[in-house]
Design a protein around this ligand. Structure first.
Ligand SMILES: [Zn+2]
Ligand SMILES: [Zn+2]
Ligand SMILES: [Zn+2]
Ligand SMILES: [Zn+2]
Ligand SMILES: [Zn+2]
Ligand SMILES: [Zn+2]
Length: 416
């Protein structure tokens, strides 16, 4: 009985579903690779704003080196490779002093070391505050991880330093409502963010924030659309009082990081818009060297859509970003969203070129060859159509059906 049931629920995929799945996988790969074809070592392009990086545990088991896509394919084929997704400001290390006798096949002349590269535990294949590998062989279920935009390490939801994972701003489908995440450790570096209006943060209760927005802060902070106006009020952050525009600042979950700014959020907003009227003035008004909150107060940041655009670019703030080594925050091209946008454009171009190449191929053939290929396609279409017409639609197409189509085709070709 159980067997019969299993048979019936056996997964079947339609051709359309299959093609869509293949396309989605290709798209994902292209997004990580940023349109890099993986043919040339990126070393000569210097420290790239962002690129896909791999660590080879066979060559550099200490995890103190990273290589580009092309090198991972050409120079480290068959080695134990850790995919690091993308890293900012990195230059390919393949074959430099860290690799001993090993030479890069694609770009053998490199400096001894790339002094500006930074390496975190990810290069050893370890992630999060718990320092576990991903996928984790000891875990029952592979948990999704969230990447910090500062240190670029990845974190388990349970290890973010939150009271409960329900503090992660997500919509009712579990999709993230935040654009960027800054881990607990890095939040200390960015304590100045607490001086910005609440709208820079993504929260579960954007509704409350938008309600309190006035025309005063137009253009300064773009708040997300109200995602949890209705349904999802069951968690304690969005408690009943969220209809009240003060709900956010009075919510216990926000007090910790908001100290000093929680009670006068609206006041700050008007300060800010005044300041922004004059180009040179600091958005923060008071200067940005805030004394960081004490360790017990530090919470990770979840930042709202386009929050980077809101960052002050006055002389003082620019200097502060420089001192903190976070100037990339005001560089639009640093963001993964921008990287993926460019990757998508390159992908479109590539696909168009491919299509063009296929047409060129046909057009460059001699007349006889052309007719033969086009004839072959027509034959295949005919055969496939007659197969579909004769086929019982309630059944699944099996591989022997497909073989049959090709056998019929072969017979036809022999006859002609
Ligand atoms: Zn390389
Ligand atoms: Zn290697
Ligand atoms: Zn190489
Ligand atoms: Zn962890
Ligand atoms: Zn971090
Ligand atoms: Zn400023």
């Amino acid at each position: 009985m159980a067997d019969a049931f299993d048979d019936e629920t056996e997964q079947t995929v339609t051709m359309d579903e299959y093609l869509k799945e293949v396309e989605a996988e290709e798209l994902e790969a292209d997004l990580v690779l940023g349109g890099d074809e993986g043919k040339e070592c990126t070393y000569n392009m210097g420290y790239m704003k962002r690129q896909a990086i791999f660590s080879c545990l066979t060559c550099t088991p200490e995890g103190n080196a990273g290589v580009c896509t092309a090198c991972s394919l050409s120079c480290h084929d068959g080695h134990e490779i850790v995919e690091l997704w993308t890293k900012r400001n990195f230059r390919c290390d393949c074959g430099n002093s860290k690799f001993g006798e090993f030479f890069c096949k694609l770009c053998p002349s490199k400096d001894v070391e790339n002094a500006d590269n930074s390496y975190n535990q990810n290069f050893k294949g370890l992630y999060c505050t718990c320092g576990r590998p991903y996928p984790d062989p000891d875990a029952k279920e592979q948990e999704e991880m969230i990447q910090c935009i500062l240190c670029e390490d990845w974190f388990h939801e349970e290890h973010l330093g939150l009271e409960t994972v329900s503090e992660i701003p997500r919509d009712s489908d579990g999709e993230p409502l935040y654009e960027d995440f800054i881990c607990k450790t890095c939040s200390a570096v960015c304590s100045f963010l607490t001086l910005y209006p609440q709208t820079i943060r993504a929260t579960e209760c954007q509704a409350g924030v938008s309600a309190s927005n006035t025309s005063k802060d137009k253009g300064v902070m773009e708040s997300n659309p109200a995602p949890c106006a209705g349904g999802k009020l069951e968690n304690n952050v969005c408690s009943g009082s969220s209809a009240n525009s003060d709900a956010l600042s009075s919510s216990p979950n926000h007090v910790a990081v908001e100290k000093g700014s929680s009670s006068n959020g609206t006041l700050e907003k008007s300060n800010c818009s005044d300041a922004c009227a004059k180009d040179t003035a600091c958005v923060l008004g008071v200067g940005s060297m805030v004394s960081p909150p004490t360790t017990s107060e530090i919470k990770p940041f979840f930042l709202a859509k386009s929050w980077r655009e809101s960052l002050c670019k006055c002389g003082n703030c620019l200097e502060m970003y420089k001192q903190k080594h976070i100037s990339y925050l005001i560089d639009q091209e640093d963001s993964i969203a921008e990287y993926e946008k460019i990757a998508k454009q390159k992908r479109e171009e590539k696909l168009q070129k491919q299509e063009g190449a296929e047409l060129d191929f046909i057009n460059n053939l001699g007349h006889v060859e052309k007719m033969e290929i086009l004839g072959g396609i027509a034959d295949f279409k005919d055969e496939f159509r007659s197969f579909l017409e004769s086929f019982d639609p309630s059944k699944t197409i099996t591989s022997s059906d497909v073989h049959q189509i090709f056998e019929n085709l072969a017979k036809k070709r022999k006859r002609t």
